[in-house]
Design a protein around this ligand. Structure first.
Ligand SMILES: Nc1ncnc2c1ncn2[C@@H]1O[C@H](COP(=O)(O)OP(=O)(O)OP(=O)(O)O)[C@@H](O)[C@H]1O
Ligand SMILES: [Mg+2]
Length: 500
């Protein structure tokens, strides 16, 4: 009805307009009737403009807080105070000069989200940008589909992304990595990394520093091993080094400047030679004593070294870590254009001690040149001795995510080390799972909930073992395998295998 009236008026108006000519007055009347002026805002309330300052007018927008970060970088989570999304990643942050170091550290009590954050924000999201991620996975977790076989906690994530983890077991038939392989050292000629790595391995095996004579015997044995293997058209192995430590090669010894003969070299090399021989027959058996296994392809976007099956004590873990670090450095030095690379070391205590600490510190120092961001996780600062290389890595990290620290002294230690306001102590003590104080460079820390999509949450899940639906009957027989299955999907089998 109303629309019909309007249509009539318009028709009438249009006729009047054509009859009376195009005088401005008539046009204005027409325009009013047609509602054009209204449409153009001519009847809006007109207020005289007032000049003001930015700080005065900001008082009119009390509810609007500034975003904690720029819109550049990867989505990390949500600011719990303002609701703004937090965008940051170590590489972009370094480019924008928000952080002075691309290294990241997460600290927090057991089970509050450190690994989940590394898996989602660091691993999955950086891979989508074509960056490289290398993970050393030490934490054992039972995967539901591996028939009781224990694997590292990144295995499910790696497989979900189509990558098979490189799993070291140290058992016969397990994967081997040859510390003299050019793939590891970056060159088939004699290089400093050969010697550094062998020295690191031997110091780990012997448990103390090598003497000057032992280092010399080692260099000569390495020269002989690499040269003779090259002549034979193969790659030298640790067995060759052991052999030439115990029975120095006369010709190679003769090429060395000095007045020492084969007997002297043999005497210098005896202790390290025997220690190495014993170790590769014992604690390091099957791990470094042969050519590198075919399965080890380490140039992919994602590489997961699963060392969860290696013993916590003894030389195996530090030796493998030293080899991985040497490989990483030579891979990064060789690349034609620098692909930003994230090196995730869960359980950062591996950085604290042993030969790995020295090798990894060299990488951390050169991180900018290598386009390398080292990501480490710790539970408490008190786990890390004040004079260890790890504390230096923590102090100079550009990005710090502080998850819950239930004990006041742990929260206070973080507050002091990272120069946070005193109020952050109580905040840290009461953080929920997945929430952290995110400190980016010198900016004030942001109280953030780390975001996870449903797919990310599924792949990053570490509750598989704890929430497993597997059960045993009174006789101890398992009657339902499976780790973290959806209870609604679960078909419980009765003892004996029949469905309940
Ligand atoms: N952003 C998040 N949102 C919701 N829940 C989360 C989030 N992050 C982690 N969690 C929950 O917390 C559990 C433990 O997380 P995670 O394994 O990452 O802890 P952690 O700090 O690495 O523990 P640990 O010290 O034992 O290695 C996850 O399985 C998940 O259930
Ligand atoms: Mg963890």
């Amino acid at each position: 009805m109303v629309n019909g009236q309007r249509a009539k008026t318009r028709k009438k108006g249009a006729a009047a307009s054509s009859g009376a000519g195009a005088s401005a007055e008539l046009w204005l009347r027409e325009a009013r009737r047609w509602g054009w002026l209204d449409f153009l805002g001519a009847y809006d309330q007109q207020l005289a403009m007032l000049r003001s300052t930015t700080s005065q007018t900001s008082a009119l927008h009390l509810a609007v807080a500034g975003a904690p970060t720029s819109a550049f970088g990867l989505y990390a989570g949500d600011d719990l105070i303002t609701g703004w999304p937090v965008f940051h990643d170590p590489i972009e942050g370094y480019r924008a000069k928000n952080v002075g170091s691309p290294n990241c550290v997460s600290i927090g009590d057991v089970g509050f989200g450190k690994s989940s954050f590394s898996k989602t924000w660091i691993t999955m999201r950086n891979l989508t940008l074509g960056r490289r991620v290398v993970i050393v996975d030490k934490k054992m977790q039972t995967a539901g589909d591996t028939d009781g076989e224990h694997e590292g906690e990144y295995a499910a994530l790696a497989r979900g992304l189509g990558v098979e983890p490189i799993r070291f077991t140290g058992e016969a038939g397990g994967l081997r990595i040859n510390p003299l392989d050019p793939v590891i050292t970056g060159s088939d000629r004699l290089t400093a990394s050969h010697t550094d790595l062998l020295k690191a391995i031997l110091e780990e095996v012997i448990g103390e520093s090598l003497s000057a004579e032992e280092r010399k015997a080692l260099r000569v044995a390495r020269d002989a091993a690499v040269t003779r293997a090259h002549e034979a058209g193969r790659i030298a192995t640790i067995h060759d080094v052991t052999l030439y430590l115990l029975q120095p090669d006369e010709e190679i010894v003769g090429q060395q400047l000095g007045h020492y003969g084969v007997e002297e070299y043999a005497a210098w090399g005896r202790r390290v030679g025997f220690a190495l021989e014993e170790c590769i027959e014992g604690e390091l058996a099957g791990l470094i004593d042969g050519e590198t296994s075919e399965e080890i392809r380490v140039n992919a976007g994602l590489t997961v070294f699963d060392i969860s099956a290696l013993p916590d004590s003894g030389p195996a873990v530090p030796v493998v870590m030293a080899i991985i670090n040497t490989w990483l450095r030579s891979t990064l030095l060789k690349q034609k254009s620098a692909v930003p690379t994230f090196f995730v070391v869960e359980e950062g205590w591996h950085l604290v001690e042993g030969s790995f600490a020295k090798v990894s510190q060299q990488n951390t120092k050169k991180s900018r040149g290598l386009a390398l961001s080292t990501v480490t996780n710790y539970q408490h600062l008190s786990d890390v001795p004040a004079d260890s290389p790890a504390i230096a890595t923590i102090k100079e990290a550009g990005t710090i995510a502080l998850f819950r620290q239930a004990r006041r002294e742990d929260a206070e230690a973080c507050q002091r080390l990272f120069g946070l306001p005193p109020s952050s102590i109580d905040l840290m003590m009461n953080l929920e799972q997945g929430c952290c104080l995110m400190k980016i460079g010198n900016k004030p820390a942001v109280l953030m909930r780390a975001s996870r999509s449903s797919i990310e949450a599924r792949l990053a899940d570490t509750d598989g073992s704890l929430l497993s639906q597997a059960r045993v009957d009174l006789q101890g027989d398992e009657f339902s395998a499976g780790a973290h299955e959806d209870p609604t999907d679960l078909v419980l089998a009765a003892p004996g295998g029949e469905e309940a």
